[in-house]
Design a protein around this ligand. Structure first.
Ligand SMILES: Cc1cc2nc3c(=O)[nH]c(=O)nc-3n(C[C@H](O)[C@H](O)[C@H](O)COP(=O)(O)OP(=O)(O)OC[C@H]3O[C@@H](n4cnc5c(N)ncnc54)[C@H](O)[C@@H]3O)c2cc1C
Length: 393
């Protein structure tokens, strides 16, 4: 049997793996194999997210990822060749607690310094942007008109199709079961030798470069190479409500987030998509729907969007956030020579997949990624930094 070899093997066919494949192929690196264990691409977290895209983060490194990614989303069809239904109707963060007011004021100042147009609104101005909004106890809001929502499937398929046209091989139904690391010598990072290949359900592939893009399962891929990755899965729900029987909700696609409770919603076709975090949720891979959560959402929804109270819930699903301790991603070299990770985006990975994939492709090919990689390094977890992304919803 012929030995299968590749310059790069990417593990995981979600938005992140597809993005890395796309950017590598644009740099001329096309002897690349992308492996996805499911029968289709984009069925993991990528299939289960709310499609939200925003500049409004608390950490400058995340805002920079957003600026670059949103620039691509705005011209995705022309650049990548696939429509992604991008509605830039803005993100409205509703603020009702003094600590949040202060944090968002600081974040808005930082975002403006980076060139992002963010408005500070009164409760009345917020209600004008989002008809049907309940403003009870609302102190202020922030709004960025270039934030929005778009289609995660379109983005993933666009990246994958373009990479495939350039020569990247995409194998579906192919599970990675092991990573082989040469014991020979200790490299500069002082961690083992170099990657020499991956074992899969369809045989061995020899390679010197492996990209871990396995989303919520990234820690198990790290374990295969002896690298502990602090990435844990956390279940989050999305509910879809049919058109309201009484009252109204926004006709635009504006994303509204009640920051104190993490209740959020946006129009989805004729329906409304909404969700809310569950503070009692514990780490785990269960993605069955916990219908009891609706009882917690109901009073918040009744206060913030009264029309939702009488609407019929037509659909629900759950998916996994891929959490790190500081809610910042890991992008770059991790452990043995040739092993790279792009994971741990802590619930906002879809929107950062363009910039993150571009950065990792630059790192792999030895180019200057033109950004500070330290907020994304695995080594940061070993030293106290005080940096935490506060804008996780
Ligand atoms: C309810 C919910 C709402 C969200 N809302 C938003 C939002 O509004 N905006 C936003 O930006 N982000 C959002 N996110 C987060 C976003 O979905 C994720 O950050 C992003 O999809 C991560 O992409 P990924 O490619 O890293 O992971 P995934 O899409 O999970 O892809 C990883 C892939 O790796 C494959 N894999 C795993 N192990 C192996 C193996 N051993 N061999 C081969 N393949 C393997 C899996 O099958 C999977 O397809 C949300 C997430 C959830 C759950």
């Amino acid at each position: 049997m012929a030995l299968v070899t590749a310059d790069v093997v990417i593990i995981g066919g979600g938005c992140m793996g597809a993005s890395v494949a796309y950017y590598l192929s644009r740099l001329g690196l096309t002897n690349v194999v992308l492996l996805e264990r499911e029968d289709q691409l984009g069925t993991g977290s990528t299939a289960r997210n709310a499609g939200g895209v925003r500049h409004q983060f608390s950490q400058p490194a995340n805002v920079q990822l957003s600026i670059e990614s949103i620039r691509l989303f705005e011209q995705f069809e022309d650049t990548v060749g696939v429509p992604i239904d991008f509605h830039q109707d803005g993100y409205l963060f509703l603020l009702s607690e003094p600590a949040h007011l202060e944090a968002f004021q600081q974040a808005a100042a930082m975002q403006r310094q980076l060139g992002v147009q963010v408005d500070w609104l009164t409760a009345g101005e917020a209600a004008e942007l989002a008809p049907g909004l309940g403003t009870d106890s609302l102190e202020a809001a922030t709004f960025c008109a270039r934030d929005g929502i778009c289609d995660p499937n379109g983005v993933t398929m666009g990246f994958a199709a373009s990479a495939r046209r350039a020569g990247v091989v995409i194998k579906r139904g192919c599970e990675v079961t092991g990573i082989r690391v040469d014991g020979a010598g200790v490299d500069g990072a002082g961690v083992g030798g170099g990657v020499s290949g991956v074992d899969t359900s369809q045989g061995f592939i020899a390679t010197r470069i492996v990209v871990n893009a396995a989303g919520p399962w990234a820690a198990s891929i790290g374990t295969m190479a002896g690298v502990p990755l602090p990435i844990t899965p956390l279940r989050r729900h999305i509910f879809i409500a049919g058109p309201p029987a009484i009252g109204a909700w926004p006709t635009s696609h504006i994303m509204v987030i009640d920051f104190a409770t993490s209740f959020y919603f946006h129009r989805e076709g004729a329906n409304l998509l909404f969700g809310m975090g569950d503070p009692a949720e514990r780490s785990g891979f269960d993605i069955s729907v916990n219908w009891n959560l609706l009882a917690d959402v109901a009073p918040v929804a009744a206060r913030r969007l009264p029309a939702l109270a009488d609407a019929e819930i037509v659909k629900a699903w759950a998916g996994l956030y891929e959490m790190t301790p500081d809610a910042m991603p890991i992008i770059g070299r991790t452990g043995p020579k040739g092993l790279y990770t792009i994971a741990g985006f802590s619930g906002h990975g879809f929107q950062h997949s363009p910039a993150a994939g571009r950065i990792l492709a630059d790192v792999i090919t030895g180019r200057d990624p033109e950004c500070d990689l330290s907020p994304f390094s695995l080594e940061r977890f070993g030293r106290p930094s005080g940096v935490v992304e506060g804008g996780v919803v």
